[in-house]
Design a protein around this ligand. Structure first.
Ligand SMILES: C[S@@+](CC[C@H](N)C(=O)[O-])C[C@H]1O[C@@H](n2cnc3c(N)ncnc32)[C@H](O)[C@@H]1O
Length: 309
């Protein structure tokens, strides 16, 4: 979706870009070439390994590129520390291919690794996926799989997990993947994805508190934009799509009072105007080239001037 991001956010020389999800640096690299001369990119990631790799890769850009370890829910503080207002904020949500493909991080059910899934193991983030699998009640696991992963067979998955952990602790990604596969008869397996996919997604979202981060991050990103500055979000899974759509809609509304209320008492004022009415999806060529992009949705909004007193 890089082409679409560049098209809708239209970076130009001299602009200040905040890449709120640095990852492997593909977005930062593309924006850097378009905002020079005169512009700068501030990139952040909660994963320290992404930040140290990018500092090396982009060292040639000198002061035009700064990478910091941080969470996008703290964007207001981070932008203030760097004394900037942004022309563009990009949020490319979820995990990077580097994180997914590293067995030691525990995000993938395809290779054996510890059941970890923390994006920032060195941050104050101590709860791993293994901790959740070991400590949640059967009912809480089922709710988690249903709410955060939209797993239709959430109860069967939770039952299989609690039955197994009574015999032996569940420590690895492949252990959990096997338990999920065995929890359902083959005829109930999903057609195009592994039976553990949604359980893994739900655990990842819970371990990293991703929805709360996203809700706060969108508000913070709006606050650091200059008037006419643009925010672009790329979301990849249903709970992210829903929350991004809802939060941007709320930020673009002048009143959020309940619809039955005749007189507005909320004093809420729109800070954004939506640029994409419907989300933008990848082209079929991109999906063929990169199947991981198949569920991507791009949304763009523009910052309104702050209303006067
Ligand atoms: C999909 S990847 C970004 C890929 C990147 N745009 C690229 O071109 O390589 C998402 C990245 O955002 C980071 N991330 C996720 N949630 C975050 C948060 N709340 N604050 C900061 N970084 C976050 C992840 O650690 C991951 O590296």
């Amino acid at each position: 979706m890089l082409t679409e991001l560049l098209e809708w956010l239209a970076p130009s020389p001299g602009q200040v870009v905040v890449d709120a999800t640095l990852g492997a640096g593909g977005v930062s690299a593309a924006f850097l070439t378009r905002i020079l001369p005169g512009g700068r990119v501030l990139a952040l990631d909660r994963d320290p390994s992404a930040v140290s790799a990018a500092r090396q890769r982009f060292a040639v850009y000198g002061d035009a590129f700064t990478a910091v370890v941080g969470r996008f829910s703290n964007l207001e503080r981070i932008a203030a520390e760097h004394q900037l207002q942004a022309d563009i904020v990009v949020m490319d949500l979820g995990i990077s291919s580097i994180q997914l493909d590293d067995p030691a991080r525990g995000f993938s059910f395809q290779v054996e690794g510890p059941l970890d899934m923390r994006m920032a193991p060195s941050e104050q983030q101590t709860q791993t996926a293994a901790d959740i699998v070991a400590s949640y009640s059967e009912a809480d696991l089922a709710d988690l799989f249903f709410e955060l992963g939209e797993e239709r067979h959430s109860r069967a998955m939770a039952r299989a997990i609690t039955a197994r952990r009574r015999q032996t602790p569940i420590r690895t990604t492949t252990d959990l993947a096997q338990i999920c596969a065995q929890a359902l008869p083959r005829r109930l397996w999903p057609k195009r994805i592994h039976p553990a996919t949604r359980v893994f997604l739900a655990l990842r979202v819970a371990v990293n508190d991703e929805l709360q981060e996203l809700e706060r991050g969108l508000v913070a990103a709006t606050q650091i934009l200059r008037p006419d500055g643009r925010i672009g979000t790329l979301s990849f899974q249903p709970s992210e799509h829903r929350l991004t759509k809802h939060s941007l809609n709320v930020l673009a509304k002048d009143c959020v009072c309940p619809s039955h209320q005749m007189v507005c008492t909320c004093a809420h004022r729109a800070t954004l105007s939506l640029v994409t009415r419907r989300s933008v999806k990848p082209t079929s060529e991109e999906v063929t080239r990169n199947p991981r992009a198949r569920s991507a949705q791009l949304r763009v909004a523009v910052r309104l001037p702050t209303p006067g007193p």
